[in-house]
Design a protein around this ligand. Sequence first.
Ligand code: GLC
Length: 556
Amino acid sequence: MSNKWWMEGVGYQIYLKTFYDSDNDGIGDIQGVIQKLDYIKDLGIDFIWLSPFNTSPMDDNGYDISDFYDVNKLFGSLNDLKQLIETAHKLDIKIVMDLVLNHTSDEHPWFIESRRNKTNKYRDYYIWHKGTSGGFPNNWGSFFGGSAWKLDNTTNEYYMKIFSDKMPDLNWENENMRNELYSMINWWIDFGMDGFRVDAISHIDRDRSFENSKLANGKTVVLDTSKFSNLPKVHIYLKDMSKNVFKKRGVMTVGEVGGEPTSHDVLSYAGYESQELDIVFTFDHMWCFDSDSHNTNLLGMKKVFKRYQNGLFDKGWNTLYWENHDQIRHLSKYGDTEKYHKESAKMLCLALYFMWGTPFVYNGQEIGMYNYPFEKIENFNDVSIHTRYELLKKQGADLDEFIAQQAFETRDNARTAMQWDNTKYAGFTKRKNDMLINPNYTKINVLQQQKDKNSILNFHKKVFKIRKSELYKNILIYGKFKMLFEEHENVLSYVRTYKNKSIIVVANFFEKQAVIELSDIDTDKLIISNYTNICKHSEGLILRPYEAMAFELENI
Ligand code: GLC
């Protein structure tokens, strides 16, 4: 496999709506991204993954597209996008577009036609089914709560929608529909896109028997992902799309693949031999904490890292990320948001980004933004929270408990305004707006961290510089990974090796001090650390709260 730009580069995900508002209408926009390109370049970023910018009624913040070929007026215009691509390219930054192919908005012209009658050309672009005597065609639940089906009164049939009611699922069995998608993707490649993040792609095949799930246990509906995740035809569809578009045009692709995939599963999507995608995002390292205490389950996390670091090596490529727009802020689950905010943020940065794979940073992660203090339902924006809240309300459930739980878990935590400085509205906009602004912005913001040479922001820059430096590039980008101290409950440690050169990383994931038996480490070979000195005694290395270090190792 030859080296590709996306193997050596660092990606930055921008959630447009809350990133930077250039025209002060209260909503982030494409011109806002253009204005921040120098900041992004300075961070060491090589490509930007832009959250969906297409025309959309914004039921799911743009993942519900009503026109694939245009830009949502909230974010700007096609001209703005052209300007963004050109300006970014001049800075050697590539642009990766979010491609939503599992569903459209119910306001998309295809669906408007499809629901009109049972005989029109677009009927079969979506998945329609008759109801049963009990109502829904079956007991399948949706990711956002409630049934995976919605009754449409015009033809008295149900359409499938595994996300919100306003996001009908496309029928990938229909070849015309697939060809229309291919044309659309080709159009965006001609427009200048360098790559695609392919949304929810593991769901495009369904269990066509539509038989009830056996997991229901008496409930009317149940979320049984085995009915629409990672089913065999997904690979047939992807191979065809790749042959006609992705591989043919040489663009980069990163797919979203949930559902505890084994390394074998990942390789079937994105192995060098697979002819489907280049890389995928998996999710299992996102859930390594206790749901009550929120304590990190480091042993579980190590198993996940090992699975992909070793299982994909030489056969495919890997991704490295802590956050995205669907996840809570990582410091709120794996780090510390108070006394050791800085130490834990730097530790998590080093521990992850010295591993093997392409790093992705989610906007705000690089300054250590953390969860928002949600208190009431009105604080939330996410359609999935409101859907589930209404269902629970009908059932008479404890809504306060739901809110408390969601305050920690909601993906809205990642969608608060980017904190640029300590002026009103965190420098995100000048105008009063509906965006959530985390009250911690007066302490945690870009401007303040640019001035502090020991900031989390500057630590990220340093880590990316080291990854790309002539001295360490081969080891950190192409080197093999070996986990050390596998059974240690508090410390993550590994070695990266390329030819006869190695780097060892040690990271304490907790506040409690830890000791590891590494007495033969040469402390003069320190590459980077989140403390100012090293604590070593005869038994080995002492790791203070959230301490992390990397050293060169000779001749191993
Ligand atoms: C993906 C997106 C998420 C969206 C869903 C439906 O998981 O990341 O934000 O809600 O797909 O498009």
